[in-house]
Design a protein around this ligand. Structure first.
Ligand SMILES: Nc1ncnc2c1ncn2[C@@H]1O[C@H](COP(=O)(O)OP(=O)(O)O)[C@@H](O)[C@H]1O
Ligand SMILES: [Mg+2]
Length: 376
């Protein structure tokens, strides 16, 4: 090092980032390591579609941040490169959590414009999609991504039933379904109506959490593309991987790299130090909390806030407080409690209460302040 006190410091027009875009949520990575087996199983299931037949249905399972969505995107890209006779559509069920809304997205993917906003019946919506498929002699592959949200709204069975029985109602329509669940506590098959169970025998593809060496391997690639050389040392990368492995969610690692880089820039430093990562982790570790909250409507957010202020109390007492504010009935209340529980935002465990038999106590899964800050 020279005597220049400015050495190691960033000037105004400099950045630690080579390409900041690679840390964004919708970035599709060029290389997709450690998912060879899963990609092979998915490819195998879709092979009949490329030949013009109905593909095998697939059930993809695995916790958040294990590469499921990326795998579907890669797969669909590959199919698209092979043939124009297969239409592949991925529907995000966190955003489209009803059968009607799922089919609206399928309509949009089929015709490249939205269905009339005045509203048409489900039957018409479906009919037009199916007719177009038959007319074009194409196979449709639908990925219901984060299908667990359809279960939370009690829409999963109807949606799947329509898709799986399409060829009976619309002869010649060939549709394959890939359901993707990111809720390890959800038994997809078990939770479906028996009428759906009898026609849904999917291939099972599992995405386990990445271990530390795999995380290092994957993040190293991101570092190479995203940062200038020498910004992130080996030790720092290992530290990021250790923190990421604790959560099991690769999104945390990618967000950590991004935020740590921003922290380094804040200090006008050319290199990311351990402290930058530690500070970033205070935010990055809540990425799945933020993600879950983003899918809640106003009433659901309201109840979560009430629970935060009555952390650990009995469901009946929490209901009284909630009812005072919203006037909603107990049935609706219970439904929302179940949904918050399924989302992993709260724990609703049965406990014995003196003289009142068993009742549920409701407690937050995250620290109160972390939840309340993000609800504002
Ligand atoms: N094997 C991998 N190689 C490179 N990036 C990956 C890999 N697996 C996951 N990712 C990245 O991790 C993040 C989470 O992956 P995603 O496919 O959204 O997971 P899931 O759908 O299981 O929640 C995304 O930014 C994705 O690009
Ligand atoms: Mg996903």
């Amino acid at each position: 090092m020279g005597d220049d006190p400015e050495e190691g410091m960033l000037s105004w027009d400099e950045s630690v980032f080579r390409d900041e875009h690679v840390f964004e949520i919708d970035y599709l990575p060029e290389t997709f390591k450690h998912r060879k087996g899963q990609m092979e199983s998915l490819t195998y299931a879709l092979r009949p579609a490329v030949r013009g037949s109905r593909p095998l249905n697939v059930m993809v399972r695995g916790p958040p941040g294990t590469g499921k969505t990326t795998a579907i995107q890669k797969l669909f890209d590959e199919v698209g490169a092979q043939t124009a006779d297969v239409r592949t559509l991925r529907v995000n069920c966190q955003v489209n959590a009803t059968r009607y809304s799922v089919f609206s997205r399928l309509f949009e993917g089929t015709f490249d414009y939205e269905p009339p906003s005045s509203g048409i019946s489900f039957k018409k919506l479906f009919g037009q999609i199916a007719d177009k498929l038959v007319e074009d002699d194409r196979v449709l592959v639908v990925a219901l991504d984060d299908v667990n949200y359809l279960f939370y709204e009690n829409e999963a069975s109807d949606t799947l039933y329509s898709l799986l029985r399409a060829h009976e109602e619309y002869p010649g329509a060939k549709i394959g379904v890939i359901v993707v669940s990111s809720d390890p506590a959800l038994d997809v098959i078990e939770e479906l109506d028996s009428r759906v169970q009898s026609v849904f025998r999917p291939e099972d593809v599992y995405f386990p959490v990445y271990d530390s060496p795999e995380i290092v391997d994957i993040l190293e690639e991101r570092v190479k593309r995203g940062f200038h050389e020498g910004v992130i040392g080996r030790e720092i990368l290992d530290y990021v991987a250790t923190l990421t492995a604790e959560t099991g969610d690769l999104r945390v690692g990618i967000d950590l790299l991004h935020r740590a880089g921003l922290n380094a820039e804040m200090r006008a430093s050319r290199t990311v130090e351990r402290q930058d990562v530690t500070e970033a982790y205070d935010k990055s570790k809540y990425i799945s909390l933020s993600q879950s909250l983003s899918g809640l409507n106003d009433t659901e957010r309201r109840l979560l806030e009430v629970i935060a202020h009555h952390d650990g109390e009995q469901a009946g007492d929490v209901y009284d407080a909630f009812h005072d504010e919203t006037n909603l009935g107990y049935t609706r209340y219970s439904e929302i409690v179940n949904k918050l529980d399924q989302l992993g935002l709260i724990n609703a465990d049965y406990t014995s209460v003196d003289g009142r038999g068993r009742s549920r106590s409701l407690s937050l899964s995250y620290e109160k302040d972390a939840v309340l800050n993000r609800l504002d």
